[in-house]
Write a protein of this length. Structure first.
Lengths: 729, 258, 187
């Protein structure tokens, strides 16, 4: 026998030792490490292991899409569309799907807070009774003229409550705003409709029945107005009619996700959209024969073609298509209207529809129906209307500012001066659910429930053929010590007494909501009817809202539009620089998605970049400037400067650079803070005649930063796009 | 799915491979690249998000992804149609024969390619072999990364875990995963139908991606039922299969743009 | 030095020492394995045999088994529904009830039961089709009139499941395919 232990023996011993250890630690039912805690009292309709579904409304944007949320034992696990809601007909967008990442976000504010110093994270908790006292005092102890309410585009029921509250104490009406409405140029659309048709309305573009769509920078497949409704329309235009496939042309300086689906992408020079519309109008009128409308008479086609950097052949080709199309439609939107001539551009493009006489016809332009419980359109404030509030704040005219559903420090350009003006407001009370930039500067944060934990209703401004009031109900009990802001205001109002308590004698949010849709109870032409308010309420929750059974798409008359004289010129740009600056709303993040990690991980549809901000530059231009992918450059405008890595984007004009909006938070949780840059701070304080910010009207210059690179995480392979790594081959 | 006992041997096997039971049709003409399907799949199947660095390394857990390529140069540049790419559930899947522990097997009863998580030892051979590159590997315990947790009373609490779908296994590191055609929904639908003494109706069961898609680009159903919508759409003249020349016999037909 | 040690181990004293070490390791291992197979301890020593003998049906407390994947555990109100009427609940001679059960109810706390019939979480087992196929609860969970604290009558592993699946589908090839398909339970 060998005196040394052999290798084989050693292995045998070692194996036995290892096996013993494995056996001791790894085996056996894991059950001893788990507890199962049954309900104290299970809700009646719940079976263990089976899900319960609740209908509610999504609040990730203001479209008002209906949702059905699957819950399992008190936890919301999946969001689906409500198949009956006329806006989305059972579909959801990426942001709606990820709303659960907001509900279960680790950075939610868990209870009422008082901030010791503005701008610092340190807070002290307080009880809700004390919080109600603070709100009550704020309403009572201040001159009503010095109380200001700033709200987001959703939810509508809270806006109605605050409107009534403000009216009852004599305070100015609440302002509601959203950066999305800025990118949509909503105020411009409404004003253009008012100017042309005499009615302030949001036009509805029936692209589903059109056979030719000419979109002037309307990003209707991304975040514009009602993305699911318009995507459904797009799908119908393409494939809904077996006899024809709709043709789609997009005019935009950058190939957006929407433009990527177009048959022809025409990168006209920024600022010339109105002129191009004029040229096309003239050509179409000529092609159709008959009289040319007066506004389109004195049109120099060659001048326009060269100004717009487009060929005469292209213009003639498009005009020919329009003249021959059965149901063409022309859509003004987005960056075409976010210029100083935006209102005139919108009116020109809407008039194009008049030339082809598609108002009120299938595939044409309509008025979006008003929501069931409103008499006139409630549109969000334009950026210029925000200036009025900001000036008042700066002048010390606002003693207490309430903020809900909006993050003005992130959504408003610095140039508008909100940040400085905030310093002059002695008391800022935020109802934010997440610790965003504005909540960080608030003296008190009294967190509202997450939308999936909330009651409410949302008026559908556009997207459905019927008049729709979408309803919301909680799908789970509140996770934290948050309270519905409506309840807080009502309770504080009762505490304060006087005019407020009289004007709003409601026990809670639901009683208030019922008072607002009481008029619908007697109506018989809706999705359901009920004998009295409580039954109506129950059905309202169960169905996820109430809507009219039949379509109510009113239409303007073409003659109104053709009679007007429109003067449109090339847009003027602010600032010095060689590049047109084209900021756009990130289609995956939207305005408030940066704190939801699955939205961050969704690749941008056209660049496939995740988790960051980038600046898109034409590869030829980049080549001339010796700029490569991921090189960090500084972009400087008259209003500010930012640094971002470059993405060589094949489909953008050589004289234009573009940046997505959605990142660049300095607060708002661990997934959002310190990530990317906010391009809105490059925008100056310039507006079009409707009051919308001329967000596409800046010129910027760039500076290369030697040696600074920031690798962008892309889903695509670089080899396929740029042949990187294959140069030697 | 019925096994045709008349076709035997190789012929029978190929017939079986070619037909398929559950299948999909994706219309690239109407897919807008909106990523709603990606988000829906993530929420339904407990997919983890990996963060910027790992995403840059290509380690994202995208069971379905939207591909986009470029053609030409400015101004004659075109973006190719958005292309949702997910596991094609191949009839003759290249990922199946290479798994040393039989974790990637073909389901005889559902006729899709399965990933059995508990068998997987993480060789990643299957992902290597997949010509569509649709298999994802859990390089880390992404769900348990402390960055996603809050500390409550000395313990780590993960609020995101509340959102997990109980019908889908939560994967740990070292395990391969891929699209399952929402097999949990298939099982639920079949179980419900069986309990009511009937067959599954066409359209009764849709995977999460098809349910979310705002433009109805994704159609799902039984390929072996000639009456089903997906069967009829699969015979559309615009139909083609990706990488058809590799004879993987995918169950997804794509419809060309235009 | 190592050579000296190995010389000693090869000698008679050494061999005995090795034997004793091996035996103790082995018994430790056996004890460890035994420990892992013992039914877990429950917060309240709930006697199944007593309740079943009194006529309580399985589906009364575990109703989910009829309709879905998970049979569920009875809620507090279900237990309390009877027990608040039963004098024994408040008798201090029966602390399981008078202290523990009443305590949980009064504190409005759910009873933290430890699950017994567990399958790993990568297995998706659903009760409904099994009950629909005509199985009784006793077939898998044993005769509850013989058990005090809940325990598994046999190890519930895949081999045991497959045995039954195979034998019940022996004459139906389609059913056999489905019941032995990996994806039926592992997904």
């Amino acid at each position: 026998m060998s005196e040394n232990i052999s290798r084989r023996d050693f292995l045998k011993l070692a194996t036995v030792g290892a096996a013993t250890t494995a056996v001791l630690t790894g085996c056996g039912p894991a059950s001893r490490y788990i507890k199962r805690e049954p309900y104290m009292q299970m809700p009646e309709y719940t079976y263990n292991g089976l899900s319960t579904y609740y209908a509610t409304t999504c609040r990730e944007c203001a479209a008002g899409c209906g949702l059905i949320v699957r819950t399992m034992q008190g936890r919301a696990i999946k969001v689906e569309g409500n198949p009956n809601n006329p806006v989305n007909l059972g579909k959801t967008c990426a942001r709606g799907q990820a709303t659960l990442h907001g509900l279960y976000n680790p950075d939610r504010i868990t209870g009422p807070l008082q901030r010791t110093t503005r701008g610092e994270a340190a807070t002290e908790g307080l009880e809700w009774d004390a919080a109600l006292q603070v709100v009550g005092d704020a309403l009572n102890n201040n001159n009503p003229d010095e109380v200001a309410f700033l709200m987001g585009m959703a939810p509508d029921h809270l806006f109605d409550l605050v409107s009534d509250l403000a009216a009852s104490i004599g305070a100015p009406a609440p302002l509601r705003y959203g950066v999305l409405s800025m990118f949509e140029a909503r105020a411009t659309l409404v004003k253009a409709a008012e100017d042309l048709f005499g009615q302030a309305t949001l036009p509805f573009f029936d692209i589903g029945n059109a056979d030719l769509v000419l979109s002037f920078s309307a990003n209707f497949l991304e975040t514009w107005l009602s993305p699911i409704a318009y995507t459904r329309g797009f799908s119908k235009m393409r494939r809904g009619n077996p006899k024809r496939r709709g043709h789609f042309i997009q005019f935009e300086s950058r190939m957006s996700q929407t433009a990527a689906k177009s048959d022809e992408w025409i990168p006209i020079k920024p600022g010339t959209e109105g002129l191009v519309a004029l040229a096309i109008g003239r050509l179409v009128a000529e092609a159709k024969g008959g009289t040319v409308p007066s506004s389109f008479e004195n049109v120099n086609l060659e001048d326009i073609a060269s100004l717009a950097d487009v060929s005469m052949e292209t213009l003639e080709h498009i005009a020919q298509l329009v003249a021959e199309a059965e149901s063409p439609i022309m859509i003004p939107g987005g960056s075409a209207l976010g210029l100083n001539n935006g209102l005139q551009t919108a009116e020109t493009i809407l008039t194009l529809n008049a030339i082809v006489d598609n108002f009120g016809k299938a595939g044409g332009v309509f008025f979006s129906p008003l929501s069931p419980n409103e008499d006139e359109i409630h549109r969000p404030a334009s950026s210029q209307e925000m200036i009025e509030l900001i000036e008042k704040m700066k002048g010390g005219g606002v003693k207490v500012l309430f903020v809900h559903g909006l993050n003005p420090l992130f959504e408003l350009p610095k140039a508008l001066g909100f940040e400085d003006a905030l310093a002059s407001v002695p008391q800022v009370i935020s109802f934010a659910t997440f610790p965003d930039e504005t909540a960080l500067q608030a003296d008190y944060v009294f967190p509202d429930h997450h939308p999936l934990e909330s009651w409410g209703y949302q008026r559908v401004a556009t997207g459905a053929e019927q008049s729709v009031l979408s309803g919301a109900q909680p799908v789970v009990s509140p996770n934290y010590d948050t309270r519905a802001t409506a309840d807080v205001l009502l309770a504080a109002g009762q505490l304060a007494g006087g005019a407020v308590a009289q004007a709003l004698p409601f026990q809670d949010e639901i009683e208030f909501m019922q008072s607002k849709f009481a008029s619908l109870v007697s109506q018989v032409d809706g999705s359901f009817s009920a004998p009295e308010i409580n039954t109506f309420s129950a059905y309202f929750q169960q169905h996820g809202g109430w809507w009219k059974k039949s379509a109510e798409l009113a239409a303007p008359s073409a003659s109104d539009a053709l009679g007007k004289s429109i003067v449109v010129e090339q847009a003027q740009f602010a600032g010095e620089g060689e590049f047109f600056f084209h900021p756009f709303m990130s289609p995956t993040l939207g305005e408030a998605g940066a704190n939801k990690p699955w939205l961050q991980e969704l690749p941008d549809p056209t660049t496939t970049v995740m988790w960051n901000t980038w600046v898109e530059m034409n590869p030829e231009t980049a080549h001339e400037l010796h700029i490569e992918n991921d090189d960090v450059i500084k972009i400087i405008s008259e209003a500010g400067e930012v640094e971002a890595p470059v993405y060589l984007y094949p489909a953008i004009r050589p004289d234009t650079i573009a940046m997505p909006f959605g990142q660049g938070h300095t607060a708002y949780g661990r997934y959002a803070a310190g990530r990317g840059v906010n391009p809105i701070n490059l925008l100056g304080s310039h507006f079009n005649e409707a009051g919308d910010l001329a967000f596409a009207g800046m010129k910027v210059r760039i500076e290369k930063i030697e040696g600074k690179k920031q690798l962008l995480s892309r889903l695509e392979s670089r080899i396929g796009v740029y042949n990187e790594g294959l140069e030697e081959h | 799915m019925s096994i045709d006992l008349n076709l035997v041997g190789a012929k029978g096997a190929i017939a079986q491979e070619a037909e398929g039971k559950w299948g999909m049709v994706i219309d690239q003409d109407v897919c807008t690249g909106c990523q709603a399907c990606v988000a829906a799949c993530a929420m339904e199947n407990n997919l983890s998000f990996v963060g910027e660095e790992d995403a840059g390394y290509g380690r994202t857990q995208h069971w379905i992804r939207i591909e986009r390529f470029w053609e030409g140069a400015y101004p004659e540049v075109k973006s190719t149609p958005f292309q949702p790419m997910l596991c094609q559930q191949c009839g003759s899947a290249p990922c199946e024969p290479v798994c040393p522990v039989f974790a990637s097997v073909h389901s005889q009863s559902q006729d899709i390619n399965l990933q059995v998580y508990n068998r997987c030892v993480g060789t990643r051979y299957c992902a290597n072999n997949c010509p569509y590159q649709v298999r994802q590997f859990n390089y880390r315990d992404y769900h348990l990364d402390p960055i996603h947790a809050n500390e409550v009373d000395g313990q780590l609490v993960y609020p995101f875990h509340n959102q997990f779908n109980p019908d889908v296994t939560v994967r740990r590191r070292g395990v391969m995963e891929k699209c399952t055609f929402c097999i949990q929904r298939i099982h639920k639908a079949e179980d419900t139908a069986k309990s009511q003494g009937r067959e599954v109706v066409d359209g009764e069961m849709v995977p999460a991606c098809a349910q979310a898609c705002p433009s109805n680009a994704i159609t799902f159903g039984r390929l072996d039922d000639p009456e089903s919508l997906v069967s009829q759409m699969a015979h559309d003249e615009r139909g083609f299969k990706h990488l058809e020349e590799l004879n993987t016999m995918p169950r997804i037909t794509y419809l060309k743009e235009g | 030095m190592i050579r000296n040690f190995f010389e000693w181990v090869m000698g008679p004293m050494g061999r005995i020492a090795v034997l004793i070490t091996a035996l103790s390791l082995f018994s430790l291992a056996a004890f460890g394995i035994y420990q892992t197979q013992v039914p877990p301890e429950q917060p309240i020593q709930f006697p199944h045999n007593l309740h079943v003998r009194l006529g309580v049906q399985c589906l009364y407390c575990h109703p989910g088994a009829l309709r879905g994947p998970s049979p569920g555990l009875p809620t507090q109100t279900k237990c309390w529904g009877c027990h608040q009427q039963i004098a024994k609940t408040f008798d201090p001679n029966f602390p399981e009830l008078s202290e523990k059960l009443v305590g949980y109810i009064e504190r409005n706390e759910p009873i933290p039961w430890v699950p017994v019939s567990q399958v790993p979480d990568f297995v998706h087992f659903t009760h409904r089709p099994h009950i629909a196929a005509g199985l009784n609860c006793e077939n898998c969970h044993g005769d509850m009139t013989q058990v005090e604290i809940a325990e598994n009558p046999q190890v519930m592993n895949m081999g045991w499941c497959l045995n039954c699946h195979k034998s019940r589908a022996a004459d139906d090839p389609e059913k056999f395919t489905k019941l032995t398909d990996c994806g039926t339970c592992h997904y």
